[in-house]
Design a protein around this ligand. Structure first.
Ligand SMILES: [Fe+2]
Length: 218
């Protein structure tokens, strides 16, 4: 635990500038543009909710889609090679497997960024989970509402989030808005997956039920 705290404290803005260059070859041009936009959005949300963690949030954003370019087979091989034992592979939806493999590549290629918070935010950026932290939620929401996404639901969510924030009086109200937003994004993901007849991951269902019962960020 001490070591993780130490690693987090050692991430500097200069390391982020270098990371921004290093992640480029891992991503397609479109994905890189999205990644940079998630970084900016995560930093904006971080400035509101976790001002002391903005640098780490930038790192998590830059790394969140790091394995998205790899084929499904390559990702399965990574999982087999690095032996993830806590995941039942059949529970991992096709579109979400990159969130399972990204932490493997972060630990292998970017160990200086492999803090527990960054690994968790990356691991759960497609599904969420019951008891997410604010740090997890910022990456999850930033990925959905960053301004290069042109899907109606993403633009609507972005507008509604910032509109609500305008009238928030204090930190407590701002956190309520973050919780409402995470729940809306989770629900819309659930609805989308259902409409596409894609299997829903248990973590997503658990997250919806957790936040709809008024659960707090952990
Ligand atoms: Fe993403």
């Amino acid at each position: 635990m001490e070591q993780k705290k130490e690693a987090a404290a050692m991430i500097t803005p200069e390391m982020i500038d270098e990371l921004r260059v290093k992640v480029k070859p891992y991503l397609t041009d479109a994905r890189y543009a999205h990644t940079l936009s998630v970084e900016t959005e995560a930093a904006a949300l971080g400035a509101i909710y976790l001002p002391e963690r903005v640098v780490e949030l930038r790192a998590a954003a830059l790394l969140h889609d790091i394995t998205k370019k790899l084929t499904y087979e390559k990702q399965l091989n990574l999982i087999a090679e690095f032996g993830i034992i806590n995941n039942n592979i059949e529970d991992i939806a096709l579109a979400a497997i990159h969130a399972v493999t990204a932490p493997i590549i972060i630990k292998r290629d970017f160990p200086e960024f492999a803090t527990s918070d960054i690994l968790s935010a990356v691991r759960y950026h497609t599904t969420g989970y019951a008891g997410m932290t604010k740090f997890d939620a910022i990456i999850y929401i930033a990925d959905f509402i960053e301004p290069t996404r042109d899907e109606d639901i993403c633009m609507q969510m972005r507008r509604s989030f910032y509109k609500k924030l305008e009238s928030a009086g204090d930190e407590k109200e701002r956190v309520v808005i973050l919780k409402e937003t995470i729940l809306s994004v989770l629900r819309s993901t659930l609805a989308y997956l259902t409409s596409k007849k894609v299997r829903i991951e248990r973590d997503t269902e658990a997250a919806v039920s957790y936040f709809s019962r008024g659960g707090d960020f952990t």
